[in-house]
Design a protein around this ligand. Structure first.
Ligand SMILES: [Zn+2]
Length: 267
């Protein structure tokens, strides 16, 4: 599941592949942008913003979000895609050579949850609502803490997923953070002991995983041991042996997400 660390790595791969190059093909397979042609434009940079990706291309920005199933792949021209073509939402090929040169790289966005092109000076319309970005140059732990504690009655397990509070955490991290701080995800923020430590731990965990391919919160990089509670329903707690519980938590039907906790370690 894409969280801020996954998106950070995707942006870095895309930036390495495209930055400073001229687009030789832009094929948007979504109706709203089907006729948009960016050929001949230079890609300035690709940057992550929380769980969002921004391709900055002259005065335009391609805004994408992986949501649950999306991903961006980087290929050599002519490589076989690792996903079926009908899942492709956009193809961007580019060349680092001079005018008229053939593409030396091909990038494909598959099943993106969001794909839109906006004027670059209006990026704030699509990502301006985000809280401080855990992996961004603007990371601000004090502001994240202020955002987190603004609604003291809200369950901590919901507040941590709210990208307006802080940007970058997904469902794996929110479950693991609640375990590591010994707090039930349903507990209101006002009852969480020292919420600044939750923020500090979130930052440490996601930074530690930023450059890894397999996300680990336990310090043990072995299958089945990488997480304390996430995905471990019914299995013994790695700390106390009590079976891990599983439920769903959300503000509404739409935001219901899988929740895992140890009924003994978390109170
Ligand atoms: Zn336990």
């Amino acid at each position: 599941m894409p969280e801020g660390d996954t998106v950070f790595r995707a942006a870095r791969r895309l930036h390495t592949a495209l930055a400073g190059k001229v687009l030789t093909r832009s094929d948007f397979r979504v109706p709203a942008f089907a006729t948009l042609d960016l050929v001949g434009r230079t890609v300035d940079e690709v940057v992550p913003r929380g769980k969002h990706l921004l391709h900055r291309i002259g005065d335009l920005t391609i805004h994408s979000h992986l949501k649950m199933e999306g991903r961006w792949d980087v290929y050599a021209p002519g490589d076989r895609w690792r996903r079926p073509a009908h899942q492709a939402r956009v193809v961007l090929d580019a060349t680092g050579g001079g005018p008229g040169s053939a593409a030396d790289v091909s990038t494909v966005g598959f099943t993106l949850g969001v794909l839109e092109v906006v004027p670059r000076d209006q990026e704030s319309e699509v990502v301006g609502y985000l809280g401080p970005d855990l992996l961004g140059p603007d990371w601000d732990a004090d502001l994240a803490l202020a955002n987190l504690t603004r609604d003291p009655e809200r369950p901590i397990g919901l507040a941590l997923l709210d990208q307006r509070v802080l940007a970058g955490l997904g469902n794996v991290y929110r479950n693991e953070l609640c375990f590591l701080r010994g707090v039930l995800p349903t507990r209101p923020v006002r009852e969480v002991h020292d919420p600044a430590r939750v923020i500090a731990l979130a930052s440490r965990l996601i930074l530690a995983n930023r450059d890894r391919n397999a996300r680990v919160t336990t310090g043990v990089d072995r299958p089945g041991r990488r997480f304390w509670v996430y995905g471990r329903a019914g299995k013994p707690c790695l700390r106390c042996g009590t079976p891990i519980r599983h439920g769903e938590l959300g503000d509404s039907e739409l935001t219901l997400r899988d929740t895992y906790w140890c009924p003994r370690c978390q109170t």
